[in-house]
Design a protein around this ligand. Structure first.
Ligand code: GRF
Length: 222
């Protein structure tokens, strides 16, 4: 890691995953490329099989498994998660495909420093199966939202959205693939805005450099 071009980190983060971790990889790549002034101190997965753990190890990032099945209640699991995260006192906690619903207490503990990415143009389609739902509804646009997390699932002030037109030939799979590519650009971008101190929240609305910016809704063609 000595010959990479990373810049001095402006913020330290803990990333929570459950699966492949392609978004985690996008963070790692951008940090190593010098485009994202973030340092990932720890990756936590609730799933020991998550490929993202390997991605973290390859990048030299500390990682650990906290398996939700080993806890009797959601409160107990979230407490263990919170303790592991708080050992690092991160500026930012990033949910990157973390497939557990978090308690209100946990979410409030990280108020305004906990972010998530969701594959729909929120407030449309919170929850699962977003690509099929957009197709079935005959939507012209589908996309992805990066947002601050609040206790209500897939709600919370939106930092950044990316949208793309739904093509006649699109299937749920093709949409998922197209959207995944956008995620890999937009999630690190949102994190860079956070790290640079450019985000604020006013009346549940996220401002970039003190205003609602065109940069917060980006359109992609393919
Ligand atoms: C992404 O599609 C994200 O929108 C959703 O979970 C998925 C995670 O993918 N929250 P990956 O593990 O980063 O590849």
């Amino acid at each position: 890691m000595s010959d990479d071009s990373r810049t001095d980190p402006l913020a330290r983060a803990v990333v929570l995953i459950s699966g492949s971790g392609s978004n985690l990889q996008a963070f790692i790549d951008q940090i190593e490329g010098g485009d994202l002034p973030l340092q990932i101190d720890l990756v936590i997965s609730n799933n020991a099989e998550a490929y993202g753990l390997e991605r973290a190890s390859k990048a030299g990032i500390a990682n650990r498994v906290i398996d939700h099945r080993e806890f009797g209640t959601r409160d107990e699991f979230d407490l263990a998660l919170k303790q592991a995260i708080d050992e690092h006192q991160p500026d930012l906690v990033i949910l990157a495909g973390f497939m557990r619903i978090l308690t209100a207490e946990f979410v409030q503990h990280y108020a305004q420093r906990l972010i998530n990415i969701h594959p729909s143009l929120l407030p449309k389609y919170p929850g699962t199966d977003t690509h099929n739902r957009a197709l079935k509804a005959g939507d012209k646009w589908h996309g992805v939202s990066v947002h601050f997390v609040v206790p209500e699932v897939d709600a919370g002030p939106i930092i950044l959205q990316g949208r793309l037109p739904i093509n006649a030939a699109d299937t749920a799979e093709s949409l998922q693939q197209r959207i995944h590519k956008i995620e890999h650009q937009l999630y690190p971008l949102a994190a860079s805005w956070f790290a640079e101190g450019r985000l604020s929240i006013e009346n549940d609305q996220v401002l970039l450099d003190g205003e609602i910016s065109d940069l917060q809704l980006q359109s992609f063609e393919r």
